[in-house]
Design a protein around this ligand. Structure first.
Ligand SMILES: CC(C)(COP(=O)(O)OP(=O)(O)OC[C@H]1O[C@@H](n2cnc3c(N)ncnc32)[C@H](O)[C@@H]1OP(=O)(O)O)[C@@H](O)C(=O)NCCC(=O)NCCS
Length: 409
């Protein structure tokens, strides 16, 4: 059975949102759905219809996202949901196929998403492209190394987040290009972030902000909540839940971390998502005190492989012929010669013998610079025809800092 697919208009929003609520077992607060609606780009929604019933949906946020050495228009895929009554009948597969064609037509060469389950998206050509750490650290194990940067000109300002929204937005905009995976935020995203409604607080009170600044202006900020507690002996046992910490320079970064780690009456700081190469790890005198859990973060799909590969920067010179396998986007499935050095890159169709045969997922995984090509080679998942060529491609595609988006979309 086929299900006709088209974008929805605003009048169909309740039915669209209803599919999300069923699929995610989500009972949103009315303000959450209103906010979500205000962020929705209706011309980029897709719904699959079974008669009058919307059986499955997805949509896209149009992002400018940082990739190694560049910022690109990237399709941020979201709201992927199929009604429980219509699962495992190919609804998602047909939505994904249509969506990839639409993305290509729009001229975006890369799509990215957060996956609710890591098993879903490989079949559509997405590769695991970024990782995250969530960790907690006890206040008393959090001393920094002796040479941690300090700047006497810096001071901490305590503020209500809503009052310093503009300053935080400006600071964020100034650092967004530094790390692959970061994306420019729209004003609605900030509104949602700072809305601070009770259902977001989960017993940890209102959102709080500290800014690091000097006479020249703001150099960083941290956003967090604090759940107050005392143990049975009356010892303070509060938990600080860090939401975001951004800084323009190392001294501001170190000061902000000290500000959250040293907060009175707090015994532990919990960070839900941080990059795997968070500089905090280098700052801690005893990095073992960081109790961390690893997780996959962004998944990336090269929609136009040659355009995407030519658009990013490379860490080393490379000249390889890649045979790409791609069932969903057959225009990618051919041999490409990728030639890159530190000044630029080119990716041209060729008929030459390939140095390697790669599924499109492997290129998506490597695209943001996470170095996952060697992992796949060593796992026996890639076919290398000319020895050493995967290593040279992996070296050229790896990037520092490591990719991390930092805010789920
Ligand atoms: C994930 C979801 C959208 C899949 O929709 P669907 O219409 O059932 O998917 P399809 O029928 O097109 O399935 C395509 C393939 O993916 C597999 N698949 C789909 N969802 C899967 C899941 N959650 N886990 C493992 N495999 C899954 C199917 O078995 C099928 O495999 P096959 O091609 O080998 O036969 C749907 O289960 C859902 O709404 N889940 C809850 C919300 C959610 O997690 N959304 C994703 C947000 S990132």
């Amino acid at each position: 059975m086929t299900y006709p697919i088209r974008p929805i208009d605003e009048s169909e929003w309740p039915a669209f949102a209803g599919v999300l609520q069923e699929a995610f077992n989500w009972t949103p607060h009315p303000t959450q759905t209103e906010r979500f609606k205000s962020e929705t780009e209706f011309d980029r929604t897709l719904a699959a219809f079974d008669g009058d019933v919307i059986a499955g949906v997805t949509s896209i946020f149009s992002f400018t996202m940082t990739v190694p050495g560049a910022q690109l228009p990237v399709a941020g895929v979201t709201s992927v949901s199929v009604l429980p009554s219509h699962r495992r009948r190919g609804v998602l597969t047909s939505l994904m196929r249509r969506q990839l064609a639409d993305i290509r037509e729009r001229g975006e060469s890369v799509a990215a998403l957060y996956a609710s389950e890591a098993t879903i998206y490989r079949r559509y050509g997405y590769g695991r492209a970024a990782s995250e750490l969530s960790f907690h650290i006890r206040r008393h194990g959090s001393a920094f190394v002796r040479n941690a940067p300090q700047d006497p000109a810096l001071r901490i300002r305590v503020a209500k987040p809503a009052d310093v929204s503009d300053e935080m937005q400006q600071l964020f905009a100034s650092v967004v290009s530094r790390r692959p995976g970061r994306y420019e935020r729209r004003p609605q995203t900030w509104t949602g972030l700072l809305a601070d409604e009770e259902f977001d607080q989960r017993g940890a009170g209102s959102l709080r902000a500290v800014l690091a600044e000097d006479d020249g202006g703001v150099r960083g900020y941290a956003l967090f909540r604090v759940k107050s507690a005392w143990d049975d002996n009356g010892v303070p046992d509060g938990e600080l839940r860090l939401f975001e910490l951004e800084a323009a320079d190392p001294a501001a970064y170190a000061l902000l971390w000290r500000s959250v780690l040293d907060r009175d009456l707090v015994s532990r700081v919990e960070a839900g998502t941080r990059p795997v190469d968070d500089p905090l790890i280098a700052l801690l005198a005893d990095p073992r005190q960081l109790r961390a859990r690893w997780g996959d973060e962004l998944w990336v799909r090269l929609v136009e492989a040659d355009v995407a590969l030519a658009a990013r920067a490379y860490s080393a010179a490379v000249d390889v012929v890649i045979e790409v396998e791609d069932d969903m986007c057959p225009w990618n499935a051919r041999r490409w010669r990728l030639t890159a050095d530190l000044t630029g890159a080119e990716c041209k169709p060729v008929e030459d013998e390939p140095d390697m045969t790669l599924p499109i997922t492997a290129l998506g995984s490597a695209y943001m610079g996470d170095g996952l090509l060697m992992e796949s080679l060593e796992a026996g998942l890639l076919r290398e025809h000319s020895p050493g060529t995967v290593r040279s491609l992996a070296t050229a595609m790896s990037w520092s800092p490591k990719p991390w988006a930092g805010l789920t979309f």
